[in-house]
Design a protein around this ligand. Structure first.
Ligand SMILES: [Zn+2]
Length: 127
């Protein structure tokens, strides 16, 4: 499962990638504590960033780091289970920076929902 958007690798036709949560270019290492499984899209959108500026406040905020942060503390699924909602500053900037609710993935989530294989068990869902 992509540790950012929670897409399941099992149903994808492209293998997932290994993301350096702290990019090598920013001093991150190849140790397991710095690696996360990421789908191609999330890894490409994240590029070599670990911080981004929040649009509304202009404050620099850390992107979600799966080795440090707990997904359910920063994100939840919308009530219709199609969109990831940021529930913290980290979650909100990550949703935007990684474009976690792009049109194409919404359609895939809808199809997976119809098949009963979305969202992943244990994920927080809006009431
Ligand atoms: Zn992803």
């Amino acid at each position: 499962m992509c540790e950012f958007c929670h897409a399941c690798e099992k149903w994808q036709y492209v293998r997932f990638t290994v993301d350096h949560t702290v990019p090598l270019s920013l001093g991150g290492s190849d140790s397991l504590e710095n690696l996360a499984l990421a789908c191609f899209h999330c890894n490409r959108q994240k590029t070599n960033r670990s911080m981004v500026f929040e649009a509304d406040s202009g404050i620099e905020v850390a992107l979600f780091n799966p080795r440090r942060d707990v997904w359910n503390e920063h994100f939840m699924w919308s009530a219709d289970r199609l969109r990831i909602m940021g529930v913290s500053a980290i979650g909100r900037v990550t949703v935007v920076a990684l474009d976690l609710n792009r049109e194409r993935v919404i359609a895939i989530r809808q199809a997976d929902l119809d098949l009963g294989r979305h969202p992943p068990g244990g994920d927080r869902i809006e009431d």
